[in-house]
Design a protein around this ligand. Structure first.
Ligand SMILES: [Zn+2]
Length: 965
């Protein structure tokens, strides 16, 4: 048992957890993390084998192995018992495959950790990859790929790979499908399962694995556990994989690739192969260059492109593929006008790069960035243990032990030479430009084989780019100014009182302020939310669209100034909501007030700039148009919400309204919208009482106090409500709809069961049902029946109206048939529920109690909970404790009775809404199902709005604010 020689692992100043590195006899390297405060334990195993290791002709094998490994093991042969165990102990489990590694992880309530860990370890010791499961799971991989086929992100990613050296693993297709994993191997006389096992045995070796264990116990205890459970993983001293050499040769560089995307919109991706940052992670050349090229302040490339009306977003930075292959990418979303000026835009980008060349590497910029990174690292928020474990186990293969926690997050060495070296790589001689637009339809002559993306290639030369630089407009590009938003006061305010729940600090006809000082996280950060309830903001599709444009224009006006705040770790957003709009700020509290006051001034002085209006209108229009390219299950979710929520407009009406809207309409609309407003505010974190009060007082002074005020309070009848349709007891409603994208093969079903209005006892019964049914539903519908990769059972909460959803996206069958499979599952589950022993029942109840009592890990999480109670008007700040008390009273019989009356097929009080979206493969079923005669106790919805109008509504929790004392 070699306990690695004590190396100090650098950790954040605020981090109270303990860490220890050990190396087991089988060479498995492990990081143990002891956190006495945690309510969840977690583990992550990172295996240095990924899709780059796929054998020739077996594309997707590593990814497929990732799917298969968790099915069963020799010690625990029952299929699915691992996931069932984890779910029933309040946890979750998942895995992912990348180019050069595969990561497996789970989290679980602490009392279930030891057994969960044993089950987890067995997958790496003696997995059982049974023959029948193998064939079934190839279908899941195929369905996963079907889901990706019409996604531009996947298509573009594969096109970039396709246009690279054929012998390099970067060139390959990594997901796998039915052809690559079943048909082709069999045609060659290969048995897919045999190949899978061969791959596993040849490559999975303890010396290529890194494990992170996150637990509540002391380090010695965790160490004992790990030594006992992971020692038996086989070590064959497999050499770690190397994929040296660049995947881009001269024929793959200096190319301009025109690509036809699925969605509306034009995009430029300018890409250079570079020296991977990991080789100089302390010097951070890509972070330095990404910071400058991606800057949005005055004088930046984006600022200029925005001023010209050519771009709506820009990002820049490293996109590493492995520790040996990496790219620097600049991605720019273009407007229609920008699309016509693509060569000017490329010219301006190279002009900015040459500005960086002329300016030389600036120490003050590096120092500023280093300071921001250092503060960010030392004041990082605690994240869920499984996320934390996954990050670190991935870092363990890249960094020496002392930097396992830090990774690349701190810049410690200023090296102008290294930055210069990467800057030199961003040259016209190395560049690959991918230019996406539907305008290229009809002009392409090539097709990428895996996704069918149409494209064409033009060779470009350095001198062409020189010409573009010369002909580009002469704009004042310059380096950013020093950042005034970097916090210098990180001290903690003295919270005099221990406040457990938010309190009303201030109440007026204009606003209500809820407040909660931080006494838990002790971090110099704050959270501010101002919710503008404006009755005129959502009373028509036009109003909703105009309000949306209003918020985007505000963000647009603020951008070059507020971008500095974002860089410094103070985030803000102005978003349109169902009842108006909201302003949110979260981050270091030191300079928060400056930003808040600027935002409020911008609201008060709002003016429509016609040129910016048309850019934003174009952007919103494309977003609406792209609605039809959403995944079919997202379309089904959308219809479900539209049917349930009163006073909502369909996207088609928004799109229609947009067509006619002009800048003048917003000029008229904005003052009307603001004329009546009520501000619901929540301030939490490192902010004192009087500060919080004076912030809101200031906002009222600006907006409400004047001889001719911008806003006036609401009249009592104007308070906004959120009202949800009350489905009829004993009725099943079905809404069939054709998929919006006729090219999409996938169908989807959302099967919604509406249960009740917020009530602690019913809530916990529903939650317990969802906990117990979640894994069996996944197992039966996805793993056994293979209906589709996306198969999930979750709870749904619409403004306090509770229910449960089963979502399936499928190429295997159409929505009406899927609905029958859901009912068959519920029937099967009924007998399982009766078979449940009292011990099993108790253990599920305890798991749910543990989940409820889980402490918030950071301010954002805590604020999320309280804000929801405030925004929805339920105001049950004691919800967790009350629900725990209700759970303790619950018997197995209560759960069965709940199931029998609300969930069981044919139950008298059951209220079901099934939404079916029919994909290309099932379009003939759509015609049949739509004209099928209606069965007793069921309703077929033809028109969503007449259906909605014909039903009663639940009472709203929201809008009762006047009565809060
Ligand atoms: Zn997968």
């Amino acid at each position: 048992m070699a306990v690695g020689k004590e190396q100090e692992i650098l950790k954040a100043r605020t981090d109270k957890r303990e860490y220890r590195r050990i190396v087991l006899r089988n060479s498995l390297e492990v990081l143990l993390i002891s956190d006495p405060d945690t309510d969840k334990c977690a583990a992550s195993m990172d295996v240095r084998v990924g899709s780059f290791c796929d054998p020739e002709g077996l594309e997707g094998l590593a990814h497929f192995l990732e799917h298969m490994l968790f099915y069963a093991s020799e010690k625990y042969p029952l299929e699915d018992s691992y996931s069932k165990y984890i779910t029933e102990h309040g946890g979750s489990t998942n895995a992912f495959t990348s180019n050069d590694h595969t990561n497996y992880f789970f989290d679980v309530n602490c009392d279930g950790f030891e057994e969960a860990l044993d089950r987890f370890a067995q997958f790496f010791i003696k997995p059982l990859m049974k023959a029948d499961a193998t064939t079934r799971e190839i279908k899941a991989v195929d369905s996963e790929n079907q889901k990706n086929l019409l996604s531009d992100a996947w298509r573009l990613n594969q096109l970039q790979r396709h246009l690279s050296l054929e012998g390099h693993p970067y060139h390959k297709f990594s997901t796998g499908n039915w052809d690559t994993l079943e048909v082709c191997p069999k045609a060659k006389g290969l048995d897919p399962r045999h190949e899978l096992i061969k791959f596993y045995e040849a490559n999975y070796s303890a010396n290529l694995m890194h494990l992170v264990i996150y637990a509540k116990e002391e380090l010695d205890k965790i160490q004992g556990l790990v030594e006992e459970k992971f020692q038996e993983i086989r070590n064959i001293d497999r050499n770690s994989f190397h994929f040296p050499g660049q995947p881009c040769r001269s024929e793959h560089l200096q190319i301009l690739v025109r690509v036809i995307p699925i969605k509306q919109g034009h995009k430029l991706r300018i890409v250079w192969p570079i020296m991977p940052e990991i080789q100089h992670y302390k010097e951070g050349p890509c972070r330095y260059l990404g910071h400058l090229i991606g800057h949005e302040g005055e004088g930046s490339l984006f600022y200029i492109l925005k001023t010209l009306g050519w771009a709506t977003s820009l990002s820049a930075g490293e996109a590493p593929e492995t520790s040996e292959v990496s790219f620097f990418k600049v991605v720019i979303d273009l407007t229609d006008a920008g699309h016509e000026h693509s060569k000017d835009i490329i010219g301006l980008l190279f002009k900015y790069i040459s500005l960086l060349q002329k300016s030389g590497v600036c120490k003050w910029i590096f120092d500023e960035l280093a300071a921001v990174c250092e503060t960010k690292f030392h004041y990082q928020d605690k994240t869920p243990p499984s996320d934390y474990a996954v990050n670190i186990s991935s870092y363990m293969q890249l960094y020496p032990p002392k930097d396992w926690l830090v990774g690349s997050s701190i810049l410690s060495t200023f090296s102008p030479n290294i930055i210069q070296k990467v800057l030199d790589e961003l040259s016209p001689n190395n560049v690959r430009i991918f230019w996406e637009s539907k305008k290229f339809e009809g002009d392409t002559d090539m097709v990428e084989p895996w996704y069918g993306t149409a494209y064409s290639i033009e060779k470009i030369t350095g001198s062409m780019i020189q010409e573009w630089m010369l002909s580009a407009p002469d704009e004042d590009l310059h380096l950013p100014a020093p950042n005034v938003f970097i916090p210098t006061d990180l001290s903690l305010k003295n919270a005099h009182e221990k406040v457990n729940d938010p309190v009303v600090l201030r109440k007026s006809p204009c606003s209500m302020l809820w407040y909660k000082p931080d006494t838990v996280f002790l971090t110099p950060k704050a959270y501010v939310k101002i919710d503008f309830n404006c009755p005129h903001a959502s009373d028509s599709p036009e109003a909703e669209v105009l309000c949306d444009i209003f918020t985007r224009l505000l963000m647009d006006y603020l951008n070059e100034y507020a971008y500095y705040a974002q860089v410094a770790g103070l985030y803000y957003g102005i978003n349109h909501t169902d009842s108006g709009f909201q302003v949110i700020l979260i981050g270091y509290n030191h300079k928060l007030r400056i930003l808040l006051e600027t935002i409020v001034d911008k609201i008060a002085q709002f003016k429509v700039k016609p040129d910016r209006f048309s850019v934003i209108k174009e952007m919103v229009t494309k977003e609406y148009q792209n609605f039809k390219f959403q995944q079919p299950y997202q379309q089904a979710m959308y219809y479900c919400a539209l049917i349930l929520q009163d006073g909502t407009w369909p996207w088609m009406e928004g799109l229609e309204a947009l067509r006619h809207l002009e800048a003048d309409d917003l000029t008229k609309f904005a003052p009307v919208m603001l004329s009546r407003a009520f501000l619901e505010c929540y301030i939490a974190g490192n902010i004192e009482r009087n500060e919080a009060e004076s912030m809101i007082q200031h906002i009222e002074d600006v907006l409400f106090k004047d001889s001719n005020p911008i806003c006036r309070p609401l009249s009592p009848s104007q308070y906004l409500a959120n009202r949800i349709v009350k489905l009829e007891k004993g009725m099943s409603c079905f809404y069939p709809s054709e998929g919006l994208n006729p090219d999409d093969d996938n169908s989807a079903l959302v099967h919604y069961i509406q249960v009740h209005r917020d009530d602690f006892t019913l809530n916990v019964k529903l939650q317990l049902f969802a906990l117990v049914a979640k894994q069996p539903a996944f197992h039966q519908l996805r793993s056994v029946e293979q209906l589709g990769y996306i198969t999930v059972l979750i709870q749904r909460n619409d403004f306090g109206i509770r229910g449960v959803l089963i979502i399936i996206q499928s190429t295997a069958m159409g929505p009406a048939k899927l609905d029958l499979r859901v009912e068959a599952f519920l029937k099967m589950f009924e007998s399982k529920l009766h078979e449940m022993t009292n011990d099993e029942f108790k253990s599920n109840v305890n798991a749910l109690i543990d989940v409820k009592l889980e402490k918030y890990k950071n301010l954002r999480e805590e604020c999320g909970f309280y804000w929801r109670e405030i925004a929805e008007g339920t105001l049950k700040f004691n919800r967790k404790q009350s629900e725990v008390a209700a759970l303790k009273q619950l018997t197995k019989q209560d759960l069965i009775e709940f199931f029998n009356s609300h969930i069981k097929v044919g139950a008298p009080r059951k209220k079901t809404l099934s939404v079916g979206v029919y994909g290309k493969l099932h379009s003939s079923e759509y015609t049949v199902d739509k004209s099928e005669p209606v069965k007793p106790y069921s309703v077929k919805i033809d028109d969503i709005f007449s259906f909605r109008r014909g039903l009663p509504l639940y009472g709203s929790f929201k809008g009762g604010l006047l009565h809060v004392e």
